[in-house]
Write a protein that binds this ligand. Sequence first.
Ligand code: NGS
Length: 412
Amino acid sequence: MRVDCAAAGPSINPPFMVIMVRTGLCRPSGRVKLFCALLCTLALLQYFFGSSVYHVDYNIFQYYWTPTESAALPANDVEQRTVAILVSGAEEALFVARNDSATNDTLTTTSTAVELSATSPMMKAQADNLEQCPLVPPVLVGPIRVWFDYPSYEEMAKLYPYLEPGGHSKPDYCRSRHRVAIIVPYRDRDQHLRGFLHNMHSLLTKQQLDYSIFIVEQQAGQTFNRAKLMNVGFAEASKLYDWQCFIFHDVDLLPEDDRNLYSCPEQPRHMSVAVDKFKYQLPYGSIFGGITALTKQQFEKINGFSNDYWGWGGEDDDLSTRVSLGHYQISRYPTTIARYKMIKHTAEKKNPVNKCRYKLMYKTKQRWLKDGLSNLQYKVLSLELKPLFTRIYADLLEEESLKQLSDSGIKC
Ligand code: NGS
């Protein structure tokens, strides 16, 4: 005799019930039919609007590392140990959708830009009576969806209302382990910048960082100098807050995995290891472009970037040499974690290839201690603490710099 499926009770899980019905072991009652219809509707909803209905079970992550991995790590390197923990949880990582709540509402924002004068206060520090945040931020899930939408600044101010002036954020309930300045050289790519801010703020908040984003822009009309903009960002950001860690970040790279921690380990870290443009492989072993993370001490020890690379190419290779000259080694997360999508763009006419780059790179060993933070000269034209980021607009003194370079025997 066939029993009513419903009588089997809610303890039977849905797939098992379907098997029972299909094999004739039980008879579907009206209630069971309704239940199945509901399941089908949910499945269809998930199929069409999947991104917002995925369920994430955070408990699935049992962070651990194997004894071999553990033994290979320096005992005091908390950062590398965290990575080991995260990597060993990698197989179980789920895809999670971030809830894209960008709206088209027109926004009357009250968070207007703050002009910074000489007397402006520094960015506000976290209360020191808070307990330290956990070693592994609890809400990381592994691979994340990269958003290729570009909300307006007003929409984003609404999406990230907790940001303090200058795009400064820090956890509410625990003291962050990392004070991180994200330095982004920028020119003329408004859409990229909006995409970048949208992806980054959501990620960095989840990582429980005490961070801020600095967009460093050079005066219109000058040849782009990525490296000098980084130095300017470092110098200016350091005046506003006691950052421990600096992440030098191209605006067109968007992270694909939230276990890629935006912090500084014991050795300078190359972060953009696996980029879709390069088929998720390192183009060459010493590459140190895209995104790099250095502690304040490391960056000062290598005398920052060179100031003399005007135009495209070579400045990151020069930095890589400085890292070796400073007796450091480049560290990297595995390619399963340090993954990025690059926003597509056409080669910029305003950023011509630097024909002088090999002449300069050839001399890094002789020049690195004289060319960098130690002789950095620029003029800040404006510095604004905006709702989503701090904007530094600077004159990089191109003419004067090129003249000095030529006087030193390097004709470009
Ligand atoms: C090398 C450049 C680097 C550059 C890298 C990747 O050839 O500055 O390509 O460039 N070095 C020299 O030119 C000496 S990318 O394809 O990402 O634009 O970062």
